[in-house]
Ligand binder design. Structure first.
Ligand code: CP3
Length: 339
C-alpha cells in the first residue's frame, strides 16, 4: 500500500500531499526538457520524456503521488479535433459548430497508446510507497473547449448549445463519456491506482445543467470504470462547484473530491459524508507571495479543520508557472510537520 491509498481506508497520522500541475513550467528541470520539443502534445505522446517530467517533482520535493504527465486535451485530439498550444496563448482547438462536426468525431484509440506506455513506465520507476494518479478531463469541460475552440471566460457558446439544443449536446457528451471511460480504464490497466476527473469549468453552469452535464456524465464514467476496475479510487475535481458539490459527490459516487480554492472547507466538512476523502484546497496564488508566516498560518488552518477527516493536502487549482520552487519545498515541510 501507500500513504495515499491507506488514507482511503482510514485517516492517517501523516498527511499525504501532491499538487495539481506539480510538473511544468515553474521547474527549470521541466523547461530543459520542454525546450527541445516544438509541439507540447509531442511531449505528452513521448513515453520516455513524459516519464522523465512526471518524476521530476517526485525526485525534487518527495510528493506522495505522481500524476501522469499528459493533458486533458489529448481526448479531443484522439477524437480527430485539431489541437494546438500557441505560445503564451493557451490551447487552440478546431471548433465544433454543429451536428455534422459531432457526427464526424471518431475515437482513435491508437493515438493514446503512447500515454498508456508512459503510465506503465512511470509505475515501474516510482517507488511502491508512492501512488500513481492517472487523469482525464470531464465531458463538460472538454465539450466546452471543443465548442469554444479554446479557453473562454464564460463558455457562452457551449452553454448555448447545452441549454438550447440539449439533444445535440447530449450526442457530444455521450461520445466523450465513452472515450473518457475507455481512456481511464486503459490507464488503470497499465498501473494507475487512482484517476482524477478534471472538470475545471463545472462552475459556470446553473443547478439544472450542472446536474445534466456534470453530474450525470461523471456518474456514468464512474460506473463504467468501476465495473471494469472495482479497486480503483476515483477523485472528482468539479471546478468552482459551490453548493452543487454535495449532489456531485453523492450522485457520482466518487471516492474523493478535490476542492477548489473558492470553496469553504467548512462547507465541505459539513456537507460531504465522512467516508469520502477530501483533497485541497490552498489557493496556489499564496505560493507566489514571500510571506512565509502567512502561508504557514493558512496551511495550519487547513490541517486543523481537517484533523478528523480522511484528507489529502493539495492546492485548490494548479501550480502557477511563476511559482518559486523554494515555496513548494516550504509547503512540503509545513505539511509534513518539519516546520
Ligand atoms: O503535473 C500535472 O498536473 C500533470 C500534467 C497536466 C497538465 N495539464 C500539463 C500541462 C494536467 C493534469 C493538466 C490538466 C489540464 N490541462 C487542465 C485541468 C486542470 C486545470 O488547470 O483546471 C486544463 C484546463 C488543461 C488545459 C490546458 N493545458 C491549458 C489551459 C494549458 C495552457 C496553460 C498555459 O498557461 O499556457 C495547457 C498546457 C499545459 N498542460 C502545460 C502543462 C505543463 C504547459 C504547456 C507547455 O509546457 O508549453
Amino acid at each position: 500500500m501507500s500513504l495515499i491509498l491507506d488514507t482511503f481506508e482510514k485517516k492517517q497520522e501523516e498527511i499525504p500531499i501532491w499538487l495539481m500541475r506539480q510538473a511544468g513550467r515553474y521547474l527549470k528541470e521541466y523547461m530543459s526538457v520542454r525546450i527541445n520539443i516544438e509541439r507540447f502534445l509531442d511531449l505528452c505522446y513521448d513515453p520516455i520524456k513524459a516519464t522523465e517530467v512526471t518524476m521530476q517533482p517526485i525526485d525534487k520535493f518527495g510528493f506522495d503521488a505522481a500524476i501522469l504527465f499528459a493533458d486533458i486535451l489529448v481526448i479531443p485530439d484522439a477524437l480527430g479535433v485539431k489541437v494546438e498550444f500557441a505560445k503564451d496563448h493557451g490551447p487552440i482547438l478546431e471548433k465544433i459548430k454543429g451536428e455534422e462536426d459531432i457526427d464526424n468525431l471518431y475515437f482513435s484509440e491508437t493515438k493514446l497508446e503512447n500515454i498508456y506506455k508512459s503510465v506503465a513506465n512511470i509505475r515501474k520507476e516510482l517507488p511502491q510507497s508512492k501512488t500513481l494518479i492517472g487523469f482525464s478531463g470531464s465531458p463538460w469541460s472538454l465539450a466546452a473547449y471543443m465548442i469554444e475552440g479554446g479557453s473562454s471566460r464564460e463558455y457562452l457558446h457551449a452553454k448555448k448549445m447545452a441549454y438550447n439544443n440539449p439533444s445535440l449536446f447530449a450526442k457530444l457528451i455521450d461520445k466523450l463519456v465513452n472515450a473518457i471511460s475507455i481512456y481511464l480504464i486503459k490507464q488503470i490497466e497499465n498501473g494507475a491506482e487512482i484517476v482524477q476527473i478534471f472538470d475545471s469549468w463545472a462552475g459556470v453552469l446553473d443547478e439544472y445543467n450542472f446536474s445534466a452535464w456534470v453530474i450525470e456524465p461523471t456518474r456514468k464514467i464512474v460506473e463504467q470504470v468501476k465495473s471494469k476496475c472495482p479497486k480503483v479510487k476515483i477523485i472528482g475535481f468539479p471546478g468552482a462547484a459551490g453548493t452543487n458539490l454535495k449532489n456531485y459527490v453523492e450522485k457520482t459516487k466518487i471516492d474523493a473530491v478535490s476542492l477548489h480554492s473558492t470553496l469553504s472547507l467548512e462547507y465541505a466538512l459539513d456537507n460531504i459524508k465522512e467516508d469520502v476523502v477530501l483533497q485541497g484546497n490552498l489557493d496556489p496564488v499564496y505560493l507566489l507571495g514571500e510571506d512565509k508566516e502567512f502561508i504557514a498560518g493558512q496551511v495550519k488552518k487547513i490541517l486543523e479543520l481537517t484533523e478528523k477527516r480522511k484528507f489529502i493536502f493539495n492546492l485548490g487549482h494548479g501550480v502557477i508557472k511563476e511559482t518559486d520552487p523554494k515555496m513548494v519545498t516550504y509547503l512540503m515541510d509545513l505539511v509534513k510537520g518539519r516546520r
